[in-house]
Design a protein around this ligand. Structure first.
Ligand SMILES: C[S@@+](CC[C@H](N)C(=O)[O-])C[C@H]1O[C@@H](n2cnc3c(N)ncnc32)[C@H](O)[C@@H]1O
Length: 365
């Protein structure tokens, strides 16, 4: 067992665990009577570890390697496809790093301490270069937002970023205070005004609707910003986060088991009820699809290995706001649990879900 562990680059403990749960069992014995791996066992271990490195849970792997219809060639084809997907993600990461290098060359560098103190546009001027690596429109979330806009023809998108959720079939005006984010808006995107939510340079009721997506928690004064949205538009649609429910930190395994510091990032953030009251809104849950195309903090709840990737974390501000040491500790601990199978044991039930309610809420007024 020790020799196979050394050759395979895993711990003996991991092999013991695979043996205990019947995933890979040493099926022969040495002359001295010790249990040993036959060639077929090693082949199976190779497949298990390949799927493991691609982020599959132990339960899924057991099904994959136990599939009587899949021979070694079928496994290799499947693995090849998964690796190509990973290569695409790596290409996106290189592109994000290039963008960040370009931002830094323009003098937009900050110390980690400064990063932690940063809020709002300053934060996004520092980290925004990494945004487009994973942040894009998720069609299911978009549909919910666009439905909520009703028949609005003119729409103000506040904290617009790169414009992920701007509807193409309405007349949109964007508001975005960060120059780095404005600079990444695609050619042909809606016109964008450099301003902050708390002080919108528009007359009362000048838009049919105002929307704000994944941005309110970055505003210096969320309530003042929401009142501004209410002032300039007849309808208001805000995608935000619910911290009212007791034990909300436990809704998501990432904050429950690895990053409890998330709660301090949201300390001082207004209650959902308070925000809803400020604009006269009702709240609807926004489930996060298991394959969410927008790499928001909660997006990878069923694809945990994604959180080990730097470009994924760099595109969600929470990771910068908790600080480097906390981030490293959380990632190390998650990596260990993914490797040992502990994460899969604790969260095996998620594999059957297509979407999860992790606290995202749409306020519609
Ligand atoms: C997570 S991004 C969301 C961007 C976009 N709405 C989306 O869904 O992709 C948050 C954005 O809020 C912007 N922001 C920060 N402070 C703001 C403020 N006071 N008023 C308006 N926008 C702000 C940031 O610059 C950043 O672009």
């Amino acid at each position: 067992m020790g020799r196979v562990a050394g050759l395979a680059g895993v711990s003996v403990r991991t092999l013991h665990h695979y043996d205990e749960i019947g995933l890979v069992r040493p099926s022969t014995r040495t002359a001295a009577g010790y249990r040993a791996y036959a060639a077929d066992d090693v082949e199976r271990l190779r497949e298990v570890l390949a799927y493991r490195r691609l982020g599959f849970g132990l339960r899924e792997i057991a099904e994959l390697v136990g599939d009587p219809c899949a021979d070694a060639v079928a496994h290799l084809h499947r693995l090849r496809g998964l690796l190509l997907e990973r290569r695409d993600r790596a290409d996106a990461m290189v592109a994000a790093i290039d963008r960040e290098l370009a931002s830094r060359a323009k003098g937009l560098t900050v110390t980690p301490e400064e990063q932690l103190q940063m809020l709002g546009a300053r934060l996004y001027d520092a980290i925004g270069g990494a945004y487009t690596a994973t942040r894009r429109t998720d069609p299911r979330i978009a549909e919910q937002i666009w439905d909520a806009l009703g028949d609005a023809r003119t729409v103000l998108n506040v904290g617009a970023g790169t414009g992920s959720y701007e509807p193409a079939d309405r007349q949109v005006t964007a508001v975005e205070p960060s120059a780095v984010m404005r600079g990444q808006r695609p050619a042909g995107a809606a016109p964008c005004v450099a301003a902050a939510a708390e002080n919108l340079p528009f007359d009362d009721r000048s838009f049919d609707a105002a929307m704000a997506v994944s941005t309110v928690h970055h505003w210096g004064d969320p309530m003042a910003g929401l009142r501004e949205l209410r002032r300039v538009a007849r309808r208001v649609v805000v995608l935000t986060f619910d911290t009212d429910e007791p034990g909300w930190q436990d809704r998501f395994w990432l904050t429950r088991d690895y990053l409890p510091e998330f709660a301090s990032v949201l300390a001082g953030f207004p209650s959902l009820t308070g925000m809803a009251d400020a604009i006269g809104a009702r709240a609807q849950p926004v489930p996060v699809p298991w394959d969410c195309a927008d790499g928001l903090f909660e997006a990878y709840w069923r694809r945990p290995v994604a959180y080990l990737e730097d470009h994924v974390r760099r595109a969600a501000s929470v990771w910068t706001r908790v600080g480097l040491q906390t981030e490293q500790r959380a990632v190390q601990s998650l990596g260990d649990d993914l490797e040992s199978g502990r994460w899969a044991e604790r969260n095996g039930d998620l594999a059957d879900l297509d979407a999860a309610d992790l606290g995202l809420r749409l306020l519609v007024a």
